[in-house]
Design a protein around this ligand. Structure first.
Ligand SMILES: [Zn+2]
Length: 124
């Protein structure tokens, strides 16, 4: 097996991006301008692709490991700006969910408050 060095990683990552040539929805070929590299490190790259034909957006992670190149893509409704904003933020943990549950439980008017705020927004 060919040893993967730090020097070979950037070119392998570029090869990995080439694997994502076509939109998974309509098969239209991506144009260079529709590919945005959001995160680029020695062994991994996060890219956002927008189809020029159907506007479907895909987020893809390309990783180089001693076992080779891997690429994971998923269709998303997040723009590249949204991903940049959310990247690196802490995710929800169980305690956050429990805190929210306790908030709802302790305030019997919680749902009423939510609906009244929603109604207030509609008035504006
Ligand atoms: Zn498409």
């Amino acid at each position: 097996m060919k040893k993967i060095t730090q020097n070979s990683s950037p070119s392998l990552l570029s090869e990995g991006l080439k694997l994502m040539r076509n939109c998974p929805i309509c098969r239209h070929e991506y144009e260079k301008k529709s590919v945005k590299i959001l995160f680029d490190k020695e062994i991994s790259r996060l890219a956002h692709l927008t189809c020029g034909k159907c506007q479907a957006m895909v987020l893809t992670v390309i990783t180089v490991s001693p076992f080779g190149l891997s690429s994971i893509g998923m269709v998303t409704d997040l723009s590249s700006t949204d991903v940049s904003k959310l990247w690196g933020r802490e995710s929800f943990v169980e305690d956050d969910v429990l805190d929210f549950y306790n908030l709802v439980e302790s305030n019997s008017n919680f749902l009423q408050l939510l609906s009244s705020k929603k109604n207030n927004k509609n008035l504006n």
